[in-house]
Design a protein around this ligand. Structure first.
Ligand code: SF4
Length: 322
């Protein structure tokens, strides 16, 4: 027998080195019928992919393995993930690769702005990996991306979905001063799950971050989201809604957690659509301006249409208060 050594193909980087030695988690054999999505193979999808690649950009749609990619990319709705495709954290739910990130791409703000204009987006969502290795957590880079989009596509509204800037003094203030239209920061799950699901983060820090955005600039819409199906109790979700309302958060998204690999947190339960509806009703009764709760809801899903409704709902509320 002859053993052939392949010396031409570069060694593939392990995507989740920190998870490789963890025990396998149970995998749900079959997804319920309400989770099914269309395969990503339309012309619009191919065009979006081409624009993303030709600008040397990353998207959370691909990196997180989002189930909505076929639908969103067909309409040229992609969520750009800035500051590279390697995250410094290792959350148990997330499919983004973990490790030591590359230096920032200084051309990225310009490339994002150009892609936004080429795609003709009315509304764009920009997110990032966690960059705990940078002194400001990447705040200045967010600012530069926002400024570049404002310059190149002045009609496009901008939503940012940020990390928590934990222990990065003045980072938040810097980003808020760039005046994104929507400031989103996801809580991801209820506090009792933080140690197992989001161990690098602190629940009350995240709540406080959202509250500070409103304190600094009350005109900016704030938004947060969670996944369900991670073992949370209903009462915990209701308490989380109250915590977000105490921070004056405008918009809540709730979607089903899906397990990227057997090394990630298990899906404890597929939450049926009627429970999402019930969460939506409760959230509206607690005073959110907008709620999106369904199995396939993701932070950036239909973000443009939702932003238009968010603005309308605020205008109606202000008019009613006069
Ligand atoms: S829901 Fe968001 S992350 Fe998923 S494909 Fe759509 S834009 Fe991308």
């Amino acid at each position: 027998m002859v053993t052939v050594l392949d010396t031409t193909t570069p060694e593939k980087r392990v995507r989740h080195p920190e998870k490789a030695h963890r025990p396998d988690q149970p995998v749900q054999a079959r997804k319920p019928e309400w989770i099914r999505v269309k395969a990503p193979n339309s012309r619009g999808y191919a065009e979006t992919r081409q624009i993303v690649k030709s600008h040397n950009l990353f998207t959370v749609c691909e990196e997180a393995g989002c189930p909505n990619i076929g639908e969103c990319w067909d309409k040229k709705h992609a969520t750009f993930m800035i500051m590279g495709e390697i995250c410094t954290r290792a959350c148990a739910f997330c499919n983004v690769a973990t490790g030591k990130p590359a230096p920032l791409d200084l051309k990225e703000p310009e490339n994002v702005a150009h892609a936004v204009r080429t795609m003709g987006l009315n509304h764009v969502v920009i997110t990032s990996v966690d960059r705990d290795d940078l002194d400001d957590g990447g705040a200045q880079h967010f600012v530069e991306v926002i400024q570049a989009i404002r310059e190149e596509a002045p009609g496009t509204t901008i939503e940012i979905l940020t990390p928590d800037f934990l222990r990065k003094e003045k980072a938040l203030e810097k980003v808020v001063a760039a005046r994104p239209d929507v400031f989103n920061h996801n809580l991801e799950t209820v506090p009792s799950n933080y140690l197992t699901v989001r161990p690098g983060a602190r629940y009350f820090h995240s709540i406080r971050l959202l509250q500070q955005v409103k304190e600094i600039d009350p005109t900016i819409f704030t938004k947060s989201g969670i996944m369900v199906g991670l073992g949370e109790e209903r009462n915990e979700v209701l308490q989380l809604m109250d915590d977000l309302r105490s921070a004056d958060v405008d918009f809540l998204t709730i979607g089903q957690y899906l397990q990227p690999t057997k090394k990630h947190h298990a899906v404890i339960r597929f939450v049926p659509p009627e429970e999402f509806k019930s969460y939506e009703t409760s959230a509206y009764s607690k005073g959110f301006l907008m709620v999106s709760a369904s199995p396939l809801t993701r932070s950036s899903h239909h973000a443009g249409d939702d932003f238009a409704r968010l603005r309308e709902n605020r205008a109606k509320k202000l008019a009613a208060a006069e």
